[in-house]
Design a protein around this ligand. Structure first.
Ligand code: KIV
Length: 273
């Protein structure tokens, strides 16, 4: 049986997937080993997320991660992901100062190997989205539960549950979604919002929506790799362990420790004459 070789995923392809009602998939990765594994799964997009702060660096939230660190992780992932579209996250502090800072730091991530960048926010950040898009850099938005706003939100809290035009209100999220699209984003992540609101935004926007904790009606879905693999300790309603790699890894290390202590490792087959 012959199989068609998988084509590299591009920004225009994602628009076509929405047009044809085909779901878009995105998973995070932060290093070459896992990027190769994720790429081989056939995923459409690999997000080098600022979630690297919590998954890899052991931080409590995404605030501390720096531009230099994001460039480093983008470089590692790009080397090992020949097919998926690689999106690099702009970390907290790398675009909030203004449009020219946002463009300059987007350029840095593109030079490190990203094919697109992502930032958090809607209305208030629309000028920066426009400036990045005008610099010919594909830009993905991210609204709803935006982890970089953890201090304003008072924790990682579901947004859009109450009516209102102020930050976190239902009507404001609809405005944010339109602002992101009109500013030139090619897709938008909807995180931690009620499924019905995500469905409404998905119907109203022409660009793809990619949900996490936003129900099944989004055009695509994203999860953090460490949650997918069961590497993280966190148990959240909107994540799912598709494997128990943490358990399997501890078992493998424990077996090594036991075999060394019992004098069983290394055996003759793994020793030189
Ligand atoms: O950094 C990240 O992993 C993200 C996803 C949760 C969308 O922004």
């Amino acid at each position: 049986m012959t199989t068609t070789p998988r084509k590299a995923v591009t920004v225009p392809l994602l628009a076509e997937l929405k047009l044809h009602g085909q779901k878009i998939t995105m998973i995070t990765a932060y290093d070459a080993t896992f990027a190769a594994i994720v790429d081989a799964s056939g995923v459409d997009v690999i997000l080098v997320g600022d979630s690297v702060a919590t998954t890899v660096q052991g931080e409590a939230n995404t605030i501390p991660v720096t531009m230099e660190e994001m460039e480093y992780h983008v470089r590692l992932v790009r080397r090992a992901a020949p097919k998926a579209l690689v999106v690099g996250d702009l970390p907290f502090g790398s675009y909030q100062v203004g449009s020219s800072q946002a463009v300059a730091n987007s350029v840095r991530l593109i030079k490190a190997g990203a094919q697109a960048v992502k930032l958090e926010g809607g209305l208030t950040i629309a000028d920066s989205i426009r400036a990045i898009a005008d610099a010919d850099i594909p830009i993905m938005g991210h609204i709803g539960l935006t982890p970089q706003s953890v201090h304003r939100m008072g924790g990682h809290k579901v947004q859009g549950r109450r009516d209102g035009f102020e930050a976190g209100g239902r009507q404001r999220l609809l405005e944010d979604a339109h602002a992101v699209e009109q500013a030139g984003a090619f897709a938008v992540v909807l995180e931690g919002i009620p499924a019905l609101l995500a469905a409404e935004i998905t119907t109203k926007l022409s660009i793809p929506t990619i949900g996490i904790g936003a129900g099944a009606q989004c055009d695509g879905q994203v999860l953090v790799l460490h949650d997918v693999l069961g590497l993280s300790l966190r148990e959240l309603t909107f994540t799912k362990k598709f494997a128990d790699i943490r358990g399997a890894s501890t078992d493998a290390c424990r077996q090594f420790v036991d075999e060394v202590r019992a004098g069983l490792w290394p055996d003759d087959a793994h020793s030189f004459e």
